[in-house]
Write a protein that binds this ligand. Structure first.
Ligand code: SAM
Ligand code: SF4
Length: 343
């Protein structure tokens, strides 16, 4: 099928199309590598964070986002680390929010929820309509074990505040064998009862953590089979343009997404790029390919250099990732933690 290539509105600049004819319209921008949790599948307990001097300033993040919008990116998700622990985060959201309807269609955030009670109203006022909140369990003891923090109440308060502020909440849960495995149906029921969609994610081999990922890797085909013994899952026509497959569950009255990077490769439809808080563009979450946007931005001719860097990213974006979790003691597929690349 021929790819329709329209030039990004207003700028006349070339759209971002990679070597496999995938049109890139979605940016995940990490605003910090820091976090107030230490989720055991995401990072080690003694995680070392970057010196603040290496992280892009608010102005640089803004400038970078505008450069992507000028090349046809229409959706931006701010992530991290925990984006809401960055002090000037609301200013960035407000600045980008002013581009909604002017090249940008959607501005969203992925958060662990601890700061949502504080910020939900301001995010909504700035034009954010949806937030993804990561919540793997409703059991306080397991929550503390997984996040290494006793803050389930704060997260639940944050989710309620987001709903009260009119934000559409999607719960993201990583499925973990022997940890939240048995609780997943209850978590789905709870989310749907609260009016939230929920998406389950397979754990990915990104960065060193304590323990072996094989021990907690739970293929979602197994979860799906079990859920189908309990409820009827109807494939949904809903699409977020992302990698999730969606199902409607009449019994719980909500939608379930499944993200299966390990058991069901979804790269053919990939429309996204990821930029770390230090301005490193990774065209693939599972690949080592990288373009240094910070250097481009700090050069003598930032606009041209940024454009050239984005063109280079289109050339090096790989066809697919090569995640595997099948051998005990194996090295992670990528040494970068998810908190670094931005989930
Ligand atoms: N701190 C925010 C949060 O937790 O929502 C945003 C960043 S976090 C890295 C984004 C998402 O990545 C979270 O839903 C988290 O559960 C998920 N995640 C982290 N490490 C992962 C891994 N190794 N495999 C799969 N998902 C992971
Ligand atoms: Fe922090 Fe999110 Fe990683 Fe948990 S998953 S440690 S909340 S960045």
């Amino acid at each position: 099928m021929a790819l329709e290539i329209r030039r990004p509105e207003m700028t006349g600049r070339a759209p971002l199309v990679d070597g496999f004819q995938r049109r890139i319209t979605y940016l995940r921008l990490s605003v910090t590598d820091r976090c107030d949790f230490r989720c055991s599948y995401c990072m080690p307990e003694a995680m070392k964070f970057l010196p603040r001097s290496e992280v892009l300033s608010l102005e640089e993040l803004h400038k970078l986002a505008l450069a992507f919008i000028a090349r046809g990116v229409r959706k931006i998700r701010l992530t991290g680390g925990e984006p809401l622990v960055r002090r000037d985060m609301v200013e960035l959201v407000q600045a980008l929010g002013s581009r909604l309807g002017h090249g940008l269609d959607e501005l969203t955030i992925t958060t662990n929820g601890t700061q949502l009670a504080l910020f939900a109203d301001r995010l909504a006022s700035a034009g954010v309509r949806r937030v993804n909140v990561s919540l793997d369990t409703l059991d306080p003891a397991l929550f503390e074990k997984l996040t290494r923090r006793d803050r389930l109440d704060k997260v639940l308060e944050g989710i309620a505040a987001a709903k009260a502020a009119g934000l559409k909440v999607k719960i993201n849960a990583v499925a973990l064998k022997g940890l939240n495995e048995a609780e997943l149906p209850d978590l789905i029921e709870w989310a749907h009862a609260q009016g939230h969609d929920i998406t389950l994610i397979e754990v990915m081999p990104l960065g060193e953590v304590e323990g072996d990922r094989v021990d907690h890797y739970l293929p979602l085909c197994v979860v799906q089979d079990r859920l189908e013994e309990r409820w009827s899952l109807s494939p949904s026509t809903h699409s977020s343009g992302g990698p999730a497959r969606y199902f409607d569950i009449a019994a719980t009255g909500g939608r379930l997404g499944l993200i299966t990077p390990l058991t069901n490769n979804f790269c053919a439809g990939c429309n996204r790029l990821r930029v770390t808080a230090t301005g490193q563009l990774y065209p693939c979450l599972g690949g080592g390919e990288r373009v240094d946007l910070r250097a481009a931005m700090r050069s003598d001719n930032p606009e041209a250099m940024l454009d050239a860097a984005l063109d280079e990213a289109m050339q090096i974006k790989p066809e697919r990732h090569h995640f595997r979790i099948d051998a005990r003691g194996a090295e992670p597929s990528q040494p970068r933690h998810m908190s670094m690349t931005g989930g």
